[in-house]
Design a binder for this molecule. Structure first.
Ligand SMILES: Nc1ncnc2c1ncn2[C@@H]1O[C@H](COP(=O)(O)OP(=O)(O)OP(=O)(O)O)[C@@H](O)[C@H]1O
Ligand SMILES: [Mg+2]
Length: 234
């Protein structure tokens, strides 16, 4: 079992701290949903974990080993893969070319594409011609080809209808079944909670709920209170 842990992490940007003294754990083979209002600091947290920005204090560790000032590229080599907000595909490259960029292993790239019948049919099409949902499948296939240990997913549903997003969720579950620890930031709270085992609510840079996803699913009032910044977890 692998563990990604944050201990007392604070992140500052511009005017001041946007993440304040956050401690949490993501365990391999599970999906942890991270939800919360706009501006709560969800993206900043993922960026601090993957090394896009630096934490100003606290420790981020992989299996007990602090990542320190390790660069983004080195963190990726350690298995931390970050799917950033927005669909970052190379539109003029074909589907198969986009996925192969993530892995020198052609068999793994093919396996990733074959998971989506929609992509299999269009593997030699320029990715820019695909629909938004299909492009997000390419992003997920690329992450699969990269064989992550931990996968950070930021608002994969942005610009997609819930029904299209629902089609992507089995792929996220497949990562967890394969032993990947997934941290899923999502605006479609209920859909995210339906596939997650653990849940975190962020409000104003703090963790305001930490526990079983089913608790939030069954108690909308707990979710509501946490969104408003109540019930600090520690
Ligand atoms: N590049 C930046 N420079 C300065 N401040 C920033 C930057 N990016 C975000 N912030 C600020 O950091 C805080 C947290 O923003 P962040 O984007 O992490 O929140 P979020 O929970 O991901 O929000 P959303 O749900 O809208 O995506 C906000 O107050 C935001 O204005
Ligand atoms: Mg965000």
């Amino acid at each position: 079992m692998s563990v990604l842990s944050l201990d007392g992490v604070t992140v500052s940007r511009g005017a001041g701290p946007v993440i304040r003294d956050v401690s949490l754990e993501v365990v391999s083979g599970t999906i942890t949903a991270l939800v919360g209002p706009n501006g709560a600091g969800k993206t900043s947290l993922l960026e601090a974990i993957s090394g896009v920005i630096d934490a100003s204090s606290g420790t981020i560790s992989l299996d007990g080993e602090p990542l320190g000032k390790l660069s983004r590229v080195r963190r990726a080599h350690r298995g931390i893969v970050h799917i950033e907000q927005g669909r970052a595909v190379f539109p003029s490259l074909t589907v198969v070319e986009n996925v192969r960029l993530a892995s020198g292993n052609a068999a793994r790239a093919n396996e990733a594409i074959d998971m989506f019948p929609e992509l299999e049919k269009r593997r030699d099409s320029p990715t820019g011609l695909l629909s938004g949902g299909e492009q997000q499948m390419v992003v997920l296939a690329r992450a699969f080809a990269a064989q992550p240990t931990f996968l950070l997913i930021d608002e994969m549903s942005l610009g997609l209808a819930p029904v299209v997003f629902t089609r992507l969720l089995p792929m996220v579950q497949r990562f967890a079944e394969d032993g990947v620890g997934v941290l899923l930031v999502e605006q479609f709270t209920n859909l995210a909670l339906s596939v997650a085992r653990q849940a975190l609510v962020f409000s104003n840079g703090r963790v305001t709920f930490q526990g079983e996803a089913s608790v939030l699913q069954q108690s909308p009032e707990v979710l509501h209170t946490a969104y408003l910044g109540g019930s600090p977890a520690h």
